[in-house]
Design a protein around this ligand. Structure first.
Ligand code: PGA
Length: 249
């Protein structure tokens, strides 16, 4: 049985007070849940306060990025140790918004994934095609390259700790979701690709779907054999909606 994970990507939303308030409600609604594993990823500034609010609950804390160096003259960046000491265990890497607006390449994502794993953080590595690429029949080419590039050089043990999030870019924040069958096809492709590059450990890897996942489409997606959870953006900002998605696993 693969670990199912529902993670909330809060993106650049919530001041500290708002983050603590949302966390309090989530602790009430799903704080005792172990299956699926629940992860929330607030902005950096709210991590420590959210960590305190999560004390005693089973919800895990994640960050939305980390830098690929341990420390030093990298103005504006955040190191793995800073995250770990703020109570973080997961980190989202290579999100399409970072790839698009901050020019993150697979090589940069790969360096961050390695640094995160070495430090003891669990990476959630995002991949996904743009609309033009899907329409041109390039989904597998694009996603295959992202998987190979972002996870290059990882050991089997490291692959086992890595979570993949398949997020078709055209479905993020648009209200357009991949159908369960479309998503399942890509998830199966990703698992096979992992198998061909990294061996049987691929069967243990949690592969989340992300892109306009909501309470009304979650169970259709989550009932597919290779969809092991969700990375939720918009709906993770509303406690009731997020809790409903958790419940639908
Ligand atoms: P969305 O975002 O659920 O708002 O589409 C998903 C994501 O970007 O992780």
């Amino acid at each position: 049985m693969r670990l199912k994970i529902i993670a909330g990507n809060w993106k650049m939303n919530k001041t500290n007070a708002e983050a603590v308030e949302l966390t309090r409600v989530l602790v009430d609604l799903v704080g005792d849940r172990e299956h699926p594993r629940v992860v929330i990823c607030p902005p950096f500034t709210a991590l420590s306060e959210v960590a305190r609010t999560l004390t005693g609950s089973k919800i895990h804390l994640g960050a939305q990025n980390v830098y690929s160096e341990e420390s030093g003259a990298f103005t504006g960046e955040i190191s793995p140790a800073m995250l770990l000491t703020s109570g973080v265990s997961y980190v989202i890497l290579g999100h399409s918004e970072r790839r698009e607006y901050f020019a993150e390449s697979d090589q940069m994502v790969n360096a961050k994934v390695k640094m995160a794993l070495q430090a003891g953080l669990l990476p959630i590595v995002c991949v996904g095609e743009r609309l033009k690429e899907r329409e041109a029949g390039l989904t597998e080419v694009v996603v295959g390259e992202q998987i190979d590039g972002s996870l290059a050089g990882l050991t089997e043990e490291q692959i086992a700790k890595t979570v993949i999030a398949y997020e078709p870019v055209w479905a993020i924040g648009t209200g357009k979701t991949a159908t369960p069958e479309m998503a399942q096809d890509v998830h199966a492709f990703i698992r096979n690709r992992l198998k061909s590059r990294h061996g049987a450990v691929a069967d243990e890897v949690t592969i989340q779907y992300g892109g306009s996942m909501k309470p009304d489409n979650a169970s259709g997606l989550l009932s597919q054999p290779d969809i092991d959870g969700g990375l939720i953006g918009g709906a993770s900002l509303k406690a009731e909606q997020f809790a409903k998605i958790v419940d639908s696993v």
